[in-house]
Design a protein. Structure first.
Lengths: 482, 403
């Protein structure tokens, strides 16, 4: 990939790096600070592996008090800080910069309190997304947002990116499932936002914090909503002769008043790769596939699925498979959830994350095909059809710089296309470093200025997660006035 | 000032900002008596900004100009078998205003949600995109028309519930959902508050997607408009189930079985259910009364009865519990501080916050109407006001005396 321009490192900070490391050890202890080259290398990149940068040091604190001490020190010394969960960001949200320290919350992963009566769990944010559901599953509860990386990704990262998942059509994304946060601000102050109740008592600071991509503060604890799981769930597969038909079918189902818990769309290249990997029983002779999942008791599921089948009739599905067992359901979802990994086995891929209005799906898919063909690249499309979130996976060869560059150019064109049809640059992955320079295609200068002022309120010196979210020139301009 | 479009509003605000004239921002004005009284030299209403600019039923999305009446929005949605799932309540009748007048912009600006908030999220959760003009007379947008969008700072959440003190919403885009095919309500009679909340929490812990859970103590239930229920003369604990017909029948029986230790509930069918939950949408059980004050307390559900019991040690209280016990509408006798110190102390012990919804203007001027903030949080709140409205022109002092 092309080299991403980052803010020029602060020479004075780099010069003091030995002293800074010493000071950090004094604050957090020797075993919490990683300063050797080998150790730091582990943190030089995140899920967007094309970009790498070695941080000055890495600190893995064990408590809110330690995070507070570290940030207070960095604030005083003018040292930049990149917060990190599990490092699964697909947009370079956790990409370090040379003159910054990485503060990773992975050691803070305890469950602090579970209250089934009031339906919340209070946890440290280094816990994995799935770890929350695991902690409450014995009582039949779960934590709703389910990003594909849920086995590895931390709640901290989910909060930073406002992560979604396949089931957010019904259950919402991270911001809809959080009740309270404990946040360490850049100056070391610890603030509590929200609590175990359902609404904000002043401005919705929690709403601003969620999705702020590690630029407003470091969240060390969160109170999240836990929900009782439905009695059962079952997916059905429907194959279609065209993506137009599949898209129209989704509109038909929702328009008729049925909102399934998930509607996933895959195009032919995606189906082929996922089927080869997961043997999920996906039909191979179709152009588009829908996975539609409904929840409830056995009878409710049957009735809902037969209603959906009837609604799908006019769109002439070429195959309909209703899962008959828990094993089959698991396989069907395994195929979808491992799509990225499966595609990763056959080629390097660049995963995009735009959102589009559903009605524009056929147009967007054909344009994506043209764009990628224009660059001599193949593409597979996976789409959370119910909420319009599109993941084109552009296949390229990472060892060939020309191929990498073409993938990046194709990706940018695709995202501009998403904005052009009324959608947005990113539905659930975040802007990070990857899309920051495309922000102007979606926002006016004023829109960005308004957002950047909010950032300044939380982090007046712009020390947190530098070089992300906003176009670099805009960032530099703000810092000059600040 | 009565602009008809966002750009016109911006143009009207430009000289206002230049001359630093404080402005009262209203939609229809139905919530004018809520918040601290203001001293403003001008008034800006969004009521001429009318119309639904986008409606895609199959994409569950609608956009409307901020001044469009909620009634019009809901009628349009209903004619397509859809609704605002968060079921916004109407605060006007309880605060001395006129019922049925509120605008869609104000619904989001004040983050007004109703009983279905426990299952479908609040107004803020259903807001997808905004266009607004801030106190610098800048017209800006955030969010969009798609369900999933994490592009940039989430100003939709930031502005929802800011009561017009940061920016004037000029257009809102929001999520809509299909109307349920059928609705049933299970009513348990005669339960004391703590047991009522226990029933509601137990129901919420079931997999049956209860979409409304309210408890009305006997004296409050006696204020219901619905004659049949009022005449029972008992406390009412009501659970709502919504889905397709056979599912509602199944779930209602399943809940009845699961909760049978609490007695045998009465059953309201779809049409009676709609009128019961419909009257709660305008707070029928907390009508305007100049001799009392009305508070809104938000807490964890099981803390609700504890807070009410604690406050009862200091003053007579009428309480109506919504959100399975997590939202309490508290009516207390009018007094110089509206009971603020005792109420806030009880809330502080149990967690949550309290907002004074109805009191005489002099009381609202002297008491903290919105929950006082911890110093570090207040600095952020103040910083946001400064970022959006540095001259403190938009609804100055409505939320906090100093800004």
């Amino acid at each position: 990939m092309t080299r991403m321009q980052m803010p020029v490192p602060d020479a004075a900070v780099l010069e003091r790096s030995h002293q800074i490391i010493k000071d950090l050890i004094a604050i957090a202890g020797k075993d919490a600070v990683i300063a050797d080259e080998e150790g730091r290398r582990t943190f030089e990149s995140d899920g967007l592996t094309a970009y790498r940068c070695m941080p000055l040091a890495v600190v893995l604190p064990r408590s809110t008090a330690e995070v507070s001490g570290i940030l207070r020190y960095c604030h005083r010394e003018g040292v930049k800080v990149v917060a990190r969960g599990a490092g699964t960001s697909l947009c370079g949200g956790a990409l370090p910069v040379e003159d910054a320290i990485v503060v990773g919350v992975s050691r803070m992963n305890r469950v602090l309190e579970i209250d089934y009566e009031n339906r919340f769990a209070r946890v440290e944010t280094g816990i994995t997304n799935l770890g929350i559901s695991k902690a409450v599953e014995a009582e039949g509860f779960f934590y709703a947002p389910d990003p594909s990386s849920q086995l590895a990704c931390t709640l901290a990262g989910n909060l930073a990116m406002n992560s979604g998942g396949a089931h957010c059509l019904k259950y919402g994304v991270t911001t809809n499932n959080v009740l309270g946060l404990k946040v360490v601000l850049m100056n070391g102050e610890v603030v509590e936002l929200g609590g175990a109740h359902l609404d904000a008592d002043s401005y919705d600071l929690m709403g601003l914090m969620v999705g702020s991509e590690g630029q407003f503060g470091i969240v060390t604890e969160a109170t999240v909503r836990i929900l009782k799981a439905a009695e059962g769930a079952r997916p059905m597969l429907m194959g279609f002769a065209s993506s137009e038909a599949a898209g129209a079918c989704v509109a038909g189902i929702i328009g008729a008043g049925i909102v399934p818990v998930a509607i996933e769309f895959m195009d032919k290249p995606a189906i082929e790769v996922c089927e080869a990997f997961a043997k999920a029983g996906y039909p191979l002779d179709v152009e588009a596939l829908l996975i539609v999942e409904v929840e409830g008791s056995e009878n409710e599921i049957s009735e809902m699925l037969s209603r959906i089948q009837a609604l799908a009739e006019p769109y002439q599905p070429t195959s309909v498979v209703i899962s008959q067992s828990a094993e089959q359901s698991a396989k069907i979802w395994k195929g979808r959830k491992s799509a990225f990994g499966a595609i990763g086995r056959i080629a390097d891929y660049y995963c995009m994350d735009g959102t589009i209005p559903l009605s524009r799906l056929p147009y967007v898919l054909s344009r994506i095909g043209e764009i990628c063909a224009g660059y001599g690249l193949k593409v597979a499309n996976i789409f959370h059809a119910g909420d319009g979130n599109l993941h084109p996976l552009i296949l390229y060869n990472a060892n060939d710089p020309a191929s990498s560059e073409r993938a990046e150019l194709a990706g940018a064109e695709i995202l501009k296309l998403c904005v052009e049809v009324g959608g947005c640059l990113t539905g659930e992955h975040g802007v990070g470093v990857e899309k920051r320079d495309l922000m102007r295609t979606q926002f006016s200068g004023t829109d960005l200025a308004v957002q950047m002022r909010v950032k300044t309120v939380f982090d007046p010196d712009w020390l947190l997660n530098p070089g992300k979210v906003f176009p670099l020139e805009e960032t530099l301009a703000v810092k000059d006035v600040a | 000032m009565r602009p008809a479009a966002g750009w016109e509003l911006q143009n009207m605000l430009l000289p206002i900002v230049g001359r630093q004239i404080p402005v009262e921002v209203v939609g229809s004005g139905s919530k004018q008596a809520i918040g601290r009284p203001m001293q403003t030299a001008a008034r800006l209403t969004t009521s001429a900004m009318q119309g639904i600019s986008l409606y895609e039923p199959s994409e569950l999305v609608m956009s409307a100009q901020a001044g469009t009446s909620l009634a019009q929005i809901e009628a349009t949605l209903a004619s397509n078998g859809q609704m605002l799932a968060f079921e916004p309540i109407d605060l006007a009748p309880a605060s001395g205003g006129e019922r049925g007048k509120q605008t869609i912009g104000a619904v989001f600006a004040c983050n007004v949600s109703g009983c279905r908030r426990i299952s479908a999220g609040a107004a803020r959760d259903n807001l997808l995109g905004i266009e607004a003009v801030n106190g610098r007379a800048e017209l800006f947008r955030s969010g969009g028309r798609v369900m999933k969008n994490v592009t940039g700072v989430d100003l939709c959440r930031g502005l929802a519930g800011s009561w017009g003190t940061l920016a004037v919403l000029t257009e809102v885009t929001f999520k809509v959902l299909p109307l349920p095919e059928a609705t049933a309500t299970l009513i348990y009679f005669g339960l004391p508050d703590d047991i009522g909340v226990e029933v509601m929490c137990a129901a919420m812990r079931s997999p049956y997607e209860v979409s409304g859970a309210v408890h009305l103590p006997q004296t409050v239930a006696a204020r219901l408009e619905h004659e049949g229920l009022r005449r029972q003369g008992q406390a009412i604990t009501a659970l709502r189930i919504e889905n397709f017909h056979s599912s509602v029948t199944y779930r209602r029986e399943a809940i009845r079985n699961a909760l049978k230790v609490y007695g045998d509930p009465a059953l309201l069918d779809t049409s009676v259910s709609l009128s019961f939950w419909g009257e709660l949408r305008h707070l029928s059980v907390m009508p305007y009364n100049c001799e009392t004050c009305l508070w809104r307390v938000s807490t964890a559900p099981t803390r609700g009865p504890k807070i009410v019991a604690a406050i009862k040690r200091h003053m007579p209280v009428e309480a109506y519990y919504d959100w399975a016990g997590g939202l309490i509408w508290l009516e207390v006798p009018a007094s110089a501080d509206a009971g603020a110190s005792d109420i806030r102390r009880a809330v502080a012990v149990n967690g949550g916050h309290a907002t004074l919804i109805r009191a005489e203007p002099d009381v609202r001027a002297s008491v903290e109407v919105f929950q006082p903030q911890a110093p570090a949080v207040e600095r952020i709140v103040r910083g946001l006001k400064e970022a959006f409205d540095p001259y403190r022109l938009l609804n100055p002092g409505r939320m906090y005396a100093s800004f």
